[in-house]
Write a protein that binds this ligand. Structure first.
Ligand code: GAR
Length: 203
């Protein structure tokens, strides 16, 4: 079966990357091939997870360069590995509209809320869960969506709801959203996009 080469972009711990690695090893991403892990932060533990799984890894130290230099390096790595699908898995940099337009319906992101709640610029990581607790919602969740030029604004592919429980802190809520939603949805989303690409293939 034709497998689409997938790049995973990360910034931190990489538990979503780990879920992808584990689900691939379990045979649950038959249309995709995790190929390279790219971090905007050379210290990201996710890079070690990638190495341990035998994937190619690359760090592009974003803080030491302009956004244009960063994206040029990113594009070069993606081309080097013949990447067809890009997965943002806890990747905290915002990609420019110019970059995103080069990859229409080829980039997906996991966001730790039910979009359109608690999303957009400034909503990432624990801040998302803090905002959900501050608002007092009783249900939150996670969303996998295509990435377009609007932060968290692309077409929604998958969502899963997760209960907010009395006494939750941002940390306990983050853990429940990851365990009950993110680690299931992201591998499903990657398989969905890779399978769709294969189904629409004309050659
Ligand atoms: C995850 O909860 C992911 O949904 C979130 O960052 C965390 C990364 O954890 N992403 C965003 O907030 C993007 N706006 P991980 O490095 O352990 O996968």
């Amino acid at each position: 079966m034709l497998k689409r080469k997938v790049a995973v972009l990360v910034s931190g711990g990489g538990t979503n990357l780990q879920a992808l690695i584990d689900r691939q090893q379990a045979g649950e991403i038959p249309h995709g091939q995790l190929t390279v892990v790219i971090s905007d932060n050379p210290q990201a533990y996710a890079l070690q997870r990638g190495e341990k799984a035998g994937l190619a890894v690359a760090a592009i130290p974003r803080r030491q360069m302009t956004p244009e230099q960063f994206e040029a390096e990113l594009q070069a790595i993606l081309e080097k590995y013949c990447i067809e699908v890009i997965v943002l898995a806890g990747f905290l940099s915002i990609l420019s509209a110019d970059f995103v337009r080069k990859w229409p319906e080829r980039i997906i992101n996991i966001h730790p809320s039910l979009i359109p709640s608690f999303c957009g610029k400034g909503f990432y990581g624990l801040r998302v869960h803090q905002a959900a607790l501050d608002y007092g919602v009783k249900v939150t969740g996670a969303t996998v969506h295509y990435v377009n030029e609007i932060p968290d604004g692309g077409k929604i592919l998958l969502q899963k709801a997760v209960a907010v429980l009395p006494g939750d802190t941002p940390e306990t809520l983050q853990k429940r959203v990851m365990e009950e939603a993110e680690w299931q949805l992201l591998p499903q989303g990657v398989e969905m996009v890779c399978a769709n690409l294969s189904a629409n293939r004309t050659v």
